[in-house]
Design a protein around this ligand. Structure first.
Ligand code: IPE
Ligand code: MG
Length: 227
């Protein structure tokens, strides 16, 4: 979800207004995905690198997060959506952590769609964690080095219960991954749009999905093998 700051600047507002308007696009996208029958939606809300932003902006984002969680819990319940979070959650301010845990707990039995928020998330941090945990288990003879395979790595990722990414959408015209789900996007279809996140609507989501549906996913095979 990129482009909140530029959206605000274009309109002569402070960056916080961009973030606030970005929350509308979050609600619209979440509801549209649920209605379309998408089972998993992951939103990159705050990266490990975003902690380096000015304190005022970080505080604003954290405050917005708490107020959105409080405000959206009813929407999640109404739409039968369960909330999850990935990232170094212990780095989040106590208030955010507490609110997040409450919403995760109260929506855990919802089954229509899983909405995962990547918060204080960085893929390198996640992979470092995986290496540390697996090394520890090897050292203590819980698993043997020879048996390490992709499924063991998957089990140690923050995303352990989520499938690989099918479609990755990045808004605002930037064409980079920025430390997001590097392992999990190995065969994802990438979609870049110039639309700034606060302007992103259900129609833009549908445009991305239609393009995705017209891609041929070969997973390394030939076209003939796929058809
Ligand atoms: C995305 O918008 C929101 C977060 C990263 C939290 P940006 O804040 O990155 O907006 P730009 O890139 O400055 O336009
Ligand atoms: Mg940005």
């Amino acid at each position: 979800m990129d482009g909140n700051g530029r959206w605000a600047k274009q309109k002569g507002f402070i960056r916080a207004i961009g973030h606030e308007n970005g929350t509308k696009s979050v609600r619209e996208t979440v509801e549209a995905c649920a209605e379309l029958g998408i089972k998993n939606l992951t939103l990159y809300a705050f990266s490990t690198e975003n902690w380096k932003r000015p304190k005022l902006e970080v505080d604003t984002l954290m405050r917005l997060l708490v107020s959105s969680l409080k405000k959206e819990i009813n929407t999640l319940q109404k739409n039968n959506i369960s909330l999850k979070a990935i990232g170094k959650l212990s780095n989040l301010p106590k208030k955010v952590h507490k609110e997040l845990k409450e919403v995760i707990e109260s929506t855990k039995n919802n089954s229509r769609m899983t909405l995962t928020l990547a918060l204080s998330y960085g893929s390198r941090d996640e992979l470092l964690n995986v290496v540390k945990e697996i090394s520890y288990k090897v050292k203590n003879n819980i698993i043997s080095a020879e048996n390490i395979d992709e499924s063991i790595i998957n089990e140690h990722l923050y995303t352990q219960n989520l499938p690989d990414v099918d479609l990755l959408i990045r808004t605002s015209g930037e064409q980079r991954i920025s430390n997001f789900l590097l392992w999990q996007i190995a065969y994802a279809e990438l979609y870049f749009t110039k639309v700034l996140w606060p302007d992103f609507t259900q129609q833009h989501l549908c445009d991305a999905i239609i393009e995705y549906q017209n891609r041929e996913r070969r997973f390394g095979k030939t076209s003939e093998q796929i058809s």
